[in-house]
Design a protein. Structure first.
Ligand code: TPP
Ligand code: TPP
Ligand code: SF4
Ligand code: SF4
Ligand code: SF4
Ligand code: SF4
Ligand code: SF4
Ligand code: SF4
Ligand code: MG
Ligand code: MG
Lengths: 301, 386, 79, 184, 386, 301, 79, 184
């Protein structure tokens, strides 16, 4: 059944992702060929390159397979309730504006039950980076339909094929006011890492959709093969169109996937706008909290 | 620790309970509030919205109560003392996050200015029918603390107590007001900051980058906390977790965790519970009440005493944890316990349970929308005396 | 980046596999640009096939295998 | 009896709550008495009838509701019609002279004092201070609150920048009240 | 009325409680379900999603549990029998709409397959700690009905009962399963349609366009209903309302309405309450249990009897309304009541309350995540016997 | 104070709105000059002209001043919970596809607490007409800020001026898939009535924003005068641009108001898509409910 | 619409006011295209000014006043 | 004793639950006995260890859990290691011959029957029917269920269109079991 156990690699070099992981929790629960793990590599690589000190980064997840991400990262990490990581992150950020707050969660968590928090945080330009691993299903609960499941795809709760139009996530994000919107697949590891880095370094509400395989549920039920088959599909059917109008980037069942950075703009974050407005109206009476130094000062970007 | 003078509006004020509650939060060091308007609680957040920018606090009106009730948990882990404020329908929406706060041991304060229910019910009129909800409204087993002020002054005082208790026990604490107390205007005396005792957050002394276990106990049943940004990298989850904070989904971990979460409140109940009483010693009949009803019952007690009945007055300042032992002992000493409340029987059931048949128990129900006519209470006192 | 500065004619890399962590997804094998890897016929203790290095000298240390690996079981680096 | 119970009633926009607030504040903060005010909100707190219950006492006030007020301040007909019957037989009725017509069979045991508060306020140039005029009048005719306390309370309550104007309205009311008191 | 054959899968099936529950709903005439997936309840909606299209029913997976729990109310007013299905965290999100269903007297069924809590807790493992939440989780005063099956067969049977009771009393009825029962596989016998008794909706006989008062009583405490499209133009609101259904925000209307809403359940309690018992007559000690625990306690009872103790077995099929009278009487006849549950004390408190000190009461707590070891129950029985 | 009570008009002619009202509940609770009442006239006029039989129309409201609308209309009318009328309406419609379901509610109800239901119903093309009276505040609770309050406007919970970017409702609706999107002010009574009629007659998710005055709270706090002043502002500052790209129609404080019909397109409704998909996959096994006849048949529009 | 068919030189209308229902918002007065209405100096029982018909003959029955009136207190119709 | 307790264990993907389901169904539906099956889900119900408890009895089954099974079906090493100790001393161990190495000190009182179910399934051309092979084998060696019942149960349980193939696998298992039985 298996060959002799090989010796663990003895060299000093380490997998660069490891330093960002809670190694006492590895191996993780994700299935073979699940795309979440690949996205984590890109995230840690982006973190590394962003040079943001580890102590200043918080990661907040909801509930789901993707929602387990927070629990594997050696960061201040919060595994909240299903659908609410953005609302939690809002409080976290506002209480300590020095933090870079990242929300890492699944399509169901962020866009089914969590849709309202998403659109409001985007509208407010609440300062956080939201990474959505879109596997087009509820992985954790066993493969139900989500608001991103493509038309005709099967899921346990759409056993005869999904007939509900899914959201076009980049379009939704833009229409609510996100200042940075990108989509990649888990095949686009380099571009994804770069996008995450840009998003981390950009003030305001930044959003990245990562199309990724769920071989165990979504792919199996739709007879789409293993994770590697999804990755090949991404390789073949993706088209990079930076700046594409978001209304044109909707996804279909096994259709072409438009990837790229679609939105990169700028407006005051919620905290900046708050400080500016209150300072303007209240003058001397306005009091900045101790840990907000610099918030609301002019910035260049 | 003494209160930060920035938030303390020392002096005498003629304000209502909602405003007093807001001032209590400010004095207690609350610097973050997330809320969603709802009658009759809105004045609390309106006052915070106007006061916070002058003291370095942040108010955010969230998209709904689900968001408010978890945003405050985020803020607490970000280092703030935080509260949210609501009324019945909004309280019903907060139930999931009360469970999360309990499970993650996040200190926070939730104010519920009770109106008439169920459902949209009587938005502008009083009720006291969310008392059991405060205890049992979220799924799973847990214990919380709930306080019940009966005057604007107490709205101020008990809001401070609520913050202090929440920090001591790392538990959500409810200030269960009612519309009457929330909208009643009286003198509220706000002391000097150095007369206000504040419980600071108990943070770990593990240094930045040191090995910190978020749920390792340290002498008592309440583990010391950390904040995001302190270099401890805690993992905080609503899943059943071990002392590292890691999910550990099995019955043993569940037993250890959930029992401790309950025990930290139940074993400290005597320390937590506050009551007020008058004429209870030697009484035959004791009226047990809370909130506005503890003032509404006074003419009935006066009258009954005038008629020669030995009637005591017992007010639950702390409603949860329930003073089981106290009521049990009391029931052993008296003939009857009379419980008027603005509901059809909630705290009454607890009194009945603890009385264990030693004394008779008498509910004076009221469906809400107004307060009792003291006559109705008197009538039941007289009945109980027979 | 320092490695790039020395514009060597051939960039050399090393790839390291932790086969027990591998879940046999095939990503690294498929996406290694220089075909350094192949799936072994053997199973690891969990019962998965894992990548074998079939042409170590072709490895440029580009790191792609590690970037793809969902199980943090492989990584390549420049030497 | 050391407790005086007072109902103030009118329609929304007449400043009923604010006038109760000022009287209560004068008593509780500046005269060092005790005062408890209960606000009755209509279902939607806009437009319709509006009323406040105020108790003023030398002792702490525990039971906060009033059933048979000692004093009724009626700012419109509706308030008079609705609340006059509950006024104590030896009570005092203070009313907006132009907006309330007393019933011919008004109980004679009840002392009544009218003031054209709205007209006075209009004369001052701002109808909305009618409640302040009324508060002044109330202070003078009842003597329940000291004029100093009520002045402080007005100053402390009205929006910044409007103090002087409101105080002028207050004085008008006070003066009107003195005359009435003198006349009774 | 007999069941519509279209939905009835007559025959013997080897299926789990979740699937049986779905079949029960189908047999009961449920043709609309709105749900949101959550372990361990998801199989119920999955089965409905696959079965409904073949029987003219509609399943919609809503965006969350808030939406599911109100979509079913809409569907009921549209003419359907409707249900939603969830587990702890989702149940917490439904609390506001439980109040709305109560207030508008909308018959509906809510299934909660209980897992370990609080918060996310133990998603795949059992608990029975949402029992009090079912009773008290929404704000304001109200009464509901809650049933507790202990086998897949009962998941089928009691789901039908739940629909029938909801129609009879115009009240939300909860099927409070637990993960064990939900995932346990046994033979489930589905009878012929004409052996299944179905309570049809009681609709008004006021003709189209006639003067229909939505809350006018008609003989009993339960007003007949109408549906949208029947030409009666009812106004349905969660505000306190009079018999026309119009908002009437005052204490009198509140009293009339809320008392009736409670009375229609409480006064019919004897009719609603179902229990099972074995060896209760003449017992010294009675084990009171429900759900899976009523099966888990059996070896303990067998053992105790073998040791010569007179132990009775009482199972609450109906948990709410609580059988106050029954337990009170029972307590007068026995020495002790032993209550094992997969929580740290919920239904136990009710037993304690009703016992009124006549019998001793003994909780056998369990934090959840597994079932009791029967030994633990035996130990408490033996203690109680001493 | 008032002149002699004039005799009630004795003529036989009646206010055409009255036949749609529960006259036993009039006068309503709305303040003088409140825009909700005007919108109701337009709605009843549209209903009348749509010729949809009264018995087939249901109106569903949430909680708020606008939410009281359901209670005044002599229709099957449902006053649900705050934020949830769309979710209630979804169940209502699906249980009885013959009904024309109208959701009538306020900006706070539909877009603060109710935002998630809005975006999902639009995505699903759930067959209903949503009318939002946007008074830019929470009227019922006393004038708090909402997700549509313009920047710098004051509200009780933004006492120093709102600093949160509001939603651009037509843009949001379109990005989620609404098939009909229009905006009018309560000044545009004719156009509004026509739009509502079009929406009522169109299958799918149709959305109309009605900008309307809340003189008591929004206008008073912002010193904008009475209802009539708002109406004059609408008259002067509105610009009708049918077909304007929704992304360009955001509202500012007392700024120009772009009105018009912005979107009028077509795709299968949820029910149609469901029937089509299930019929295609299940064939004979698919069973249509008794009351769905005709659903899923080809339609022309 | 039938009224339009008979292309009369001048369309005539009638406007009816229920002054007790009026809350004095001024909409009808302001938006009547032919200035049929003016606000009365008097108050109704609720204390509001209400519209008076100052030029009944100018009324075209266009119905706008009724379409605007938030209190269902006025309406115009063709005669 | 009329009750037989059985544990089936392996890893996810081996069809543990389905095999329990089929045995239980054969007993409960087609052999008219009583059967109760308890599924143990791992935290995430994917990949890891997987196990089912099945009780079969002539009487109704009330207490549904099993502590000391009469029969253990171990589909991998882990299952054997974990659950063999709880097997009754006179129990029966049925195991996947190629995936389980019995300990040298395996309790001698326990009857053991191995079958290379995976290999047999692979020979049939579809590895995933290893559980059906195992079910057949179980039926033969225990005699707890009638072959007719188990055939019905398989037919009734497997996806439409795969009946014949699965029945073939079942027969393989049955036959293998007959031989073993014969051999023991
Ligand atoms: C309130 C609530 N409802 C439902 C659930 C059950 N639940 C857990 S994860 C999940 C879906 C996760 O899907 P997604 O966010 O797409 O993450 P994935 O597992 O696909 O990565 C659901 C419905 C829950 N935990 N809480
Ligand atoms: C769950 C819940 N939260 C809050 C409220 C209080 N509430 C009632 S109406 C309302 C706002 C209404 O605003 P909008 O929808 O804009 O309607 P408007 O009154 O402005 O017409 C709020 C917050 C409630 N009833 N329920
Ligand atoms: S179920 Fe799907 S999403 Fe979840 S870990 Fe497995 S492959 Fe990934
Ligand atoms: S990418 Fe990782 S898990 Fe996948 S085959 Fe390669 S080493 Fe194994
Ligand atoms: S580092 Fe690059 S070249 Fe080397 S094995 Fe990995 S993918 Fe191939
Ligand atoms: S408060 Fe505003 S929205 Fe509500 S009725 Fe009055 S004017 Fe209209
Ligand atoms: S529009 Fe109506 S309410 Fe306004 S003034 Fe004219 S009649 Fe009166
Ligand atoms: S019907 Fe037209 S013309 Fe006549 S009064 Fe009304 S608005 Fe003026
Ligand atoms: Mg997903
Ligand atoms: Mg509004």
């Amino acid at each position: 059944m298996s060959t002799q156990a090989p010796p663990a690699p003895t060299c000093e070099v380490h997998n660069p992702t490891e330093q960002w992981l809670r190694m006492d929790r590895i191996p993780h629960i994700w299935c073979p060929g699940c795309g979440i793990g690949s996205s984590v590599n890109c995230f840690t690589d982006a973190l590394e390159k962003s040079k943001i000190p580890r102590d200043n980064v918080s990661i907040v997840s909801g509930i789901g397979c993707t929602g387990r991400t927070a629990g594997y990262l050696k960061l201040d990490s919060f595994h909240t309730t299903h659908g609410r990581p953005i609302a939690f992150a809002t409080g976290l950020k506002l209480a300590n504006p020095k933090l870079k707050v990242v929300v890492y969660s699944g399509d169901g968590d962020l866009f089914a039950i969590g849709g309202n928090h998403f659109i409001h945080a985007a509208r407010r330009n609440m300062d956080m980076t939201v990474i959505c691993v879109n596997n087009m299903t509820y992985g954790m609960t066993g493969g139900q339909v989500t608001p991103t499941t493509p038309l005709t795809a099967k899921a346990t709760t759409s056993p005869y094929g999904n007939f509900e139009e899914p959201f076009n996530l980049p379009y939704l994000a833009e229409s609510c006011g996100a200042v940075y919107v990108a989509r990649w697949t888990s095949f686009h590891v380099r571009q994804l890492s770069k996008s995450i880095r840009e998003a981390l370094l950009k003030p305001g509400f930044t959003f990245i959709e990562v199309v990724a395989p769920c071989p165990t549920l979504y792919a199996r039920r739709n007879r789409l093969g293993a994770g590697i088959d999804a990755m090949k599909y991404y390789r073949e059917q993706s088209e990079i169109k930076n700046g594409a109008p978001t209304r044109d980037v909707a996804l279909g069942f096994q259709s072409k996937i438009i990837c790229g950075k679609f939105v990169d703009t700028s407006r005051p974050t919620w905290l900046e706008a708050q400080v500016q407005q209150h300072r303007a109206v209240l003058g001397d009476k306005f009091t900045l909290a101790e840990n907000w130094e610099g918030v609301g000062e002019p910035r260049e970007d | 620790m003494k209160a930060d003078p920035k938030g303390v509006l020392t002096g005498s004020h003629f304000i209502d309970g909602d405003h007093a509650c807001a001032e209590g939060a400010l004095a207690a060091g609350c610097r973050f509030a997330a809320g969603y308007p709802i009658t009759p609680s809105t004045e609390v957040v309106e006052r915070l919205a106007s006061r916070f920018p002058t003291v370095g606090g942040i108010f955010i009106q969230m998209e709904d109560e689900l968001a408010s009730s978890i945003a405050i948990l985020g803020a607490v882990w970000g280092g703030a003392k935080a509260a949210t404020v609501t009324s019945g329908p909004g309280f019903s929406l907060m139930m999931e996050h009360i469970g999360l706060a309990v499970m993650t041991e996040t200190p926070c304060v939730i104010v519920n200015v009770q109106r008439g229910g169920p459902s949209t019910g009587l938005p502008t009129l009083p009720g006291q029918a969310d008392m059991m909800q405060a205890r049992w409204g979220s799924h799973g087993d847990y214990e919380i603390i709930a306080l019940s002020p009966d005057s604007p002054q107490e709205c101020f005082d008990l809001t401070i107590s609520a913050f202090n208790l929440s920090e001591r026990f790392r538990v959500p604490v409810f200030v269960m007001m009612d519309e009457c107390v929330g909208h009643m205007i009286e003198r509220v005396v706000i002391p000097d900051p150095d007369e206000i005792e504040i419980v600071p957050r108990r943070l770990t002394d593990v240094p930045r980058g040191g090995e910190y276990l978020p749920y390792r106990l340290d002498g008592d049943l309440i583990p010391p906390m950390t904040h995001a940004g302190m270099g401890h990298y805690p993992h905080i989850t609503g899943l059943t977790h071990d002392e590292r904070g890691y999910p550990a989904m099995n019955a043993e971990t569940q037993d250890t965790l959930v029992r401790r979460l309950c025990d930290k409140i139940l074993k400290n109940a005597d320390d937590i519970i506050e009551i007020r009483e008058d004429g209870v010693d030697g009484a035959d009949i004791v009226v047990v009440s809370y909130g506005i009803t503890s003032r509404v019952c006074l003419p009935a007690i006066r009258e009954a005493r005038a008629k020669g009945l030995k009637v005591g007055w017992l007010r639950l300042v702390t409603v949860w944890p329930f003073p089981d032992r106290l009521i049990r002992e009391l029931a052993g000493r008296v003939k009857a316990l009379v419980v008027p409340e603005l509901n059809l029987g909630q705290v009454y059931y607890e009194v009945e349970r603890c009385a264990q048949g030693q004394a008779t128990t008498h509910l004076v129900p009221h469906a809400g929308g107004a307060v009792h006519d003291p006559e109705d209470i008197l009538r039941v006192i007289e009945e109980a005396a027979r | 980046m320092s490695q790039v500065e020395k514009a060597k004619p051939k960039i050399r890399g090393e790839v390291i596999v932790d086969r027990e962590r591998c879940k046999g997804c095939y990503f690294c094998v498929e996406f290694c640009p220089t075909d350094v890897l192949a799936m072994s016929e053997d199973f690891n203790l969990k019962g998965y096939h894992f990548p074998e290095i079939i042409a170590a000298d072709r490895c440029t240390g580009c790191g792609l295998c590690g970037a793809y690996c969902p199980d943090f079981a492989i990584f390549g680096h420049r030497i | 009896m050391s407790r005086t119970e007072l109902r103030i009633s009118g329609f929304g926009g007449q400043g009923v709550i604010l006038s109760g607030m000022i009287i209560g504040k004068a008593a509780a903060i500046f005269d060092n008495k005790h005062a408890t005010m209960i606000q009755a909100f209509g279902p939607e707190a806009r437009g319709s009838a509006c009323s406040a219950q105020l108790s003023i006492s030398e002792e702490p006030i525990r039971y906060p509701y009033i059933h048979r007020p000692d004093i009724l301040i009626a700012l419109n007909q509706d308030a008079y019609t609705r609340f006059e019957p509950e006024l104590k037989d030896d009570g005092l009725l203070i009313y907006e002279e132009d907006l309330v017509d007393l019933r011919p069979d008004q109980r004679p045991t009840i002392r009544t004092c009218g003031i054209p508060a709205t007209r006075i306020a209009e004369e001052l140039g701002r109808k909305i201070v009618l409640n302040i005029v009324m508060v002044g009048f109330f202070t003078a005719v009842t003597g329940l609150i000291s004029p100093e306390a009520i002045r402080e309370a007005v100053r402390d309550t009205v929006p910044a920048g409007t103090e002087e104007f409101n105080l002028a309205a207050l004085e008008k009311g006070l003066r009107h009240g003195m005359n009435v008191s003198a006349n009774t």
